[in-house]
Design a protein around this ligand. Structure first.
Ligand code: ATP
Ligand code: MG
Length: 437
């Protein structure tokens, strides 16, 4: 993409409405614009990041055997009356009437909708287990929308649902999601710590929230210090392995969000206790027959008897992650994208646009990289070098390839790694080879 023709409205000044760094940087880098409180438009650069996060999440859901669907944003109120949640949900639910005066709502989540689909489509135990997910916008009329996309009113969520014949099978599905979440966050360059969460009336131990640590997190967490240094990637574990010991290994030590903190457990930890602030980036929850009972999701068992299916739901805050990743990865100059979700891999800076040799060298590097499938944002604008460096640092692409008239004469370019700040002068060929790995 040539920057001269792109839509990248960056800002030099810090917008006054933004209280935390990710919100500031997303506005300044031209990623998002606010429409109304907690509701945002995604501009080209931001949308590329959002799509990349979505794609990592999607690939990991697909890899674990979960199937993608797409349910609507608007749901009929009657569906929620069947589960008794229409009145209970309260003012967070955006309630709408259609032209026939029927009550509708903008979905804050999709348990009812997916259970209805399942109940109308699956008849036999032989079709279980089943796992379905979608990536869709949600609306929750949050009392205090804030921190940009981190606590929005309209936000993008991946929500998945599992259907099993027994609680024991339900645990197997739950463990698969647990593993998929570890793999997903690792690919996003995050250390997300699974913490036991409230299970409500269902009880048991099958509810975990995944939190990344950041000073701007809304939750005050406490955990064993080993968790701060832990390798969460779980890259050696496959879905056909016995997952219970693996999950137990990841959850054996103390880790609790503010609602779940336990003074006795914390004092027992002594010097090993650490407290920090955390951002919730995902939540997995087994809730048994809570919805299947009310919405009639039953299958015929092996002996023809009716069995109400056991369910769980599994959310990831896709749009929140865009902000959360910035909270975890930035410096004074701007964002530092992990390569897996960077909007472009390389920022190519032409230090003297209009200079014939310099233009020719840049155009060639741009064409070569694009020809090899590398995503490049080419700053071909006829503006000052200082501003170009500042913009490139601000938008945080992993690599900067800097080509100027002096280097062109001696056959060299500069390659800068945004994360480490390391710069290297090398031949254009070596630089291109480096960027192709
Ligand atoms: P929170 O405690 O932050 O309000 P929640 O418990 O209401 O979250 P879930 O219903 O479990 O959230 O939703 C799944 C995921 O969706 C959360 O882990 C979070 O990452 C994301 N999420 C929830 N609410 C919002 C919001 N208002 N804006 C952006 N992302 C959100
Ligand atoms: Mg909430």
């Amino acid at each position: 993409m040539r920057l001269s023709r792109y839509f990248l409205p960056t800002m030099k000044e810090n917008p006054s409405e933004a209280q935390i760094v990710s919100h500031r940087l997303m506005l300044r880098a031209g990623m998002i614009r606010q429409s109304s409180a907690g509701i945002y438009s995604w501009l080209p650069l931001g949308l590329r990041v959002l799509r990349n996060i979505e794609q990592v999440v999607r690939e990991e859901q697909d890899a674990m055997g979960c199937h993608e669907v797409l349910m609507p944003t608007i749901q009929p109120a009657d569906l929620w009356r069947q589960s008794d949640r229409y009145d209970d949900y309260g003012p967070e639910m955006l309630r709408i009437k259609d032209r026939h005066d029927r009550d509708m709502l903008y979905g804050p989540t999709n348990e009812e909708q997916i259970t209805e689909i399942f109940a109308g489509s699956v008849r036999s135990y032989k079709d279980l287990p089943q796992m379905l997910y979608h990536i869709q916008w949600k609306f929750r009329d949050e009392i205090r929308p804030r921190f940009g996309v981190m606590r929005g009113r309209e936000f993008l969520m991946k929500d998945a649902y599992s259907f099993d014949l027994s609680v024991e099978d339900g645990r197997r599905s739950y463990n698969k999601f647990f593993l998929a979440y570890l793999k997903t966050y690792a690919r996003l360059g995050l250390k997300a710590i699974p913490m036991a969460a409230d299970t409500g009336p269902i009880g048991g131990d099958m509810s975990h929230e995944f939190l990344i640590l950041a000073d701007t997190g809304e939750s005050e967490i406490a955990c064993h210090r080993d968790y701060l240094e832990m390798d969460w990637s779980a890259s050696d574990t496959g879905y056909d392995d016995d997952l219970q010991p693996v999950i137990d290994g990841f959850t054996s030590k103390y880790a609790a969000t503010d609602e779940m903190r336990d003074a006795a457990a914390e004092s027992a930890l002594g010097d090993d206790l650490r407290t920090a602030r955390g951002i919730e980036v995902g939540h997995i929850f087994f809730f048994g027959t809570k919805y299947s009972d009310k919405l009639g999701a039953k299958v015929a068992g092996p002996d023809g008897e009716e069995i109400t299916v056991e369910m769980g739901s599994y959310g990831i805050g896709v749009s929140r992650l865009a902000g959360a990743i910035i909270e975890a990865s930035h410096d004074d100059n701007g964002i530092i994208w992990p390569e897996s979700i960077a909007p472009f891999k390389v920022g190519l800076i032409n230090l003297k646009a209009g200079d014939e040799d310099c233009d020719a060298a840049c155009d060639k590097a741009y064409a070569d990289l694009r020809g090899k499938g590398v995503e490049v944002l080419y700053d071909d604008r006829n503006t000052r070098a200082g501003g170009k460096f500042a913009d490139m640092d601000l938008i945080g692409l992993p690599w900067q390839l800097v080509i100027g008239p002096r280097g062109v004469k001696s056959g060299t370019v500069e390659l800068k790694n945004r994360a480490t700040g390391e710069r290297e002068e090398l031949s254009i060929e070596s630089a291109l080879t480096r960027l192709l790995v």
